[in-house]
Design a protein. Sequence first.
Length: 391
Amino acid sequence: MKKTLWIILAFALFLSGCGNSAKSSAVPSEYFVIDYNDRFQYENGELYVDTSQRLHFADFSSVTDAVICPKPNCPHTDESCSALGMDNHPVIVEGSIYWFEDNTRYEGDRPISGLNVYKAAIDGTGRVKTDTVDGVTLLSGAGSAFGSGVLYFGGINEHPEGKPFGVRELYLCGYDFAGKRLTVKELLCVGYSADVTFCGELGGELYFILNYQEENADWWDEDTDEARKHNGAELRRVSIAEYKKLDLETLEITDWELPEKIVSAHKKRESDPNASVLPIYVQIKEGAMICSDCVDTLIVNPSGREIFIKDYNGNDKAVANGYIFDDLSTGECSARRLSDGKEVTVNVAEENVRVGYVAKYLDGKYIIRYFDFDSQQTLYCAVSGDEFTVE
């Protein structure tokens, strides 16, 4: 995507202005999750990486989007462009962009997991390596959580010494970019397919779900009903989901329990050996806890009220201004109120919106992010809140 000179210069000035403001404004006051739905939030906008691995900043206030590159007439297609090479968890801390690079390497015949940490100016130029972390790596597609200048992530040692191929050591890590150090590195498990799903922060604690397999499953490589039933049973047998939380002050990790109503509904489905049952996932946004196994959903709203919604998939939804939004498209769509779970209708007038996501509610408007399949790029639009929700 080629940007005109005035957009590039305006964007550089905007980001420079943000970077020169009070340092406290560069550090979010709330912890938030970064995954395939939610991007790194900064001021009134977000960073994102496009399908060509170029880093962008979308400004919600003006609903504009620019590649992070100050060069006039740059085609943004090769390594000379500063927007490229910053795709692994880019964040902005105290007016600089930081990101990771997988540094897995060999010492003799033994592979060693590692991470490099890089820093650049707000326009992506002046890159320097600031640190190296040994023992864990982080790939660009993994989820994370950010707050108070620290990025929390599931650090993977993909090659633990003396373990069978495929076994991972998984650590909960917290990296302080300004302090150039790991504030947390706690071993969570040793197993297959291990990863961390971050839920969000509530009451000074960061909630997450640990998923792993304690042993290799006995897979049958056949396309038959019997094989599918066997493989499903094997997946249930070896898969483990543990619900953990990190005290952000003491850095102590403890267990937490899901609300009984969603657990009870989930167990009924688990008793059916032929049912395809997913774990219960959780997201915490706007002070609410939303628990769903992609069939039923339980909302614990900010007042503590539990709202059980049968046959509603509340997993991985956008939450903004007191509503849970389903995927949006041009025309009539639906949402749920956090306060009581009631379904409401939303109307999207913007053309060519498919699988839209509410990225932010700002100044009375909902900022919708969507992928335009015709132009093959991420686009944003703003919809007035007065027009968006219909009781």
